[in-house]
Design a protein around this ligand. Sequence first.
Ligand SMILES: *Cc1c(COP(=O)(O)O)cnc(C)c1O
Length: 399
Amino acid sequence: MPGFEVFGEEEKREVLDVFATGVLFRYEFGAQRGDVWKVRQFEEAFARYTGAGHAQAVTSGTAALKVALAALGVGPGDEVITQGFTFVATWEAIFDVGAVPVFTEVDETLNMDPADLEKKITEKTAAIIPVHMLGAQARIREIKAIADRHNIPVLEDTAQAAGGRLEGRHLGTFGACGTFSFDSVKTMTTGEGGMIITDDRELWRTMSEYHDHGHDHVANPGGRGGEGRRFIGFNYRMMELQGAIGLAQLAKLDDMIAAQKANKNMLKEAAAAIPGATFRTILDEEGDSATFMAFMLPDRERAVRVNQILREHGAGAINFGENTWHYYPKWEHLLEGKTPCRNGWPFQAGGRKQVVYDPDALPRSAEIMTRTLVYQIPVKLSDQARATMLAALEKAAAS
Ligand SMILES: *Cc1c(COP(=O)(O)O)cnc(C)c1O
């Protein structure tokens, strides 16, 4: 899973290029920096790699979601639909632009259920955020078709699926834009960092200005600070050191995915021997980034029992049905409307509750998530770790 497993001389060399100039800022300093523009090069390389027209680097995957939503014009009074199995960042970003998150069920892809999406669209829906969770494809073509029929933009949260594809096309390029995270545990990492890709030049331009206080990076007639401003912005700028690491990591991404695929296939074969085990629906195995392997048992009791055996033999799996960071009924701060803001925003507005969440609102997701077990797939699997996992899966198969 994490790109930190393959940190090496390549990352060091890229970072040293930056220190040689002393310029950590991604813009300006023309004379001092010579030809070193790491963040800009990283954006160009990432756009080229994914086949997108434009890429905008930012400080994190969460910031990428927020900048994308802001650029899509989403704000107070709007609803944004996402899925009840995702990282908290997806809906934090929705709240942060002033909108209200609405959650759909997941199906056995462990991603957004298009039929439930259709039911949750209202006249307030301003964007739809399917998440390509655990490295593999959401039903993005169906979701996009539904969204198009309602004229609603799709933002793909691709934080967990860099390098993932569907029928040869990169995830993140199906919707109006796609966001990525390069935090410390993601498939490719810059420590902290994020990226947004889009084919829409105007949307990119808005993101570029918004993420840097409104500075214009295209026309810029008066130089930095001398230009006019089209709107208010914020600061989500990536720094040169992150751009440098990103260049080295991106160059290794396809090899990391290939290594993960080999490890995943081996574990999958062993897990298939567990009585009653089935696998998560993967729409396109070839395009799976193989950062995770998810398998299902017939019911919750059986999943608990199997995981107990795996745990006893040193290879416990993740049950996201119990996970407090990725699963809707476990987000108690969301369900209870907890906020540091004294007037209750974003759960209350104008002294009135504007949103209430019911922990039992997603029964189909609960049915699936509580009987699903997940392994993170490492890039490098030591002989010992491999032997431990295979032996544990064998014990589970014999149970
Ligand atoms: C990691 C993650 C994010 C947030 O990325 P950060 O870089 O950690 O802010 C958003 N969405 C999903 C699905 C993630 O897994």
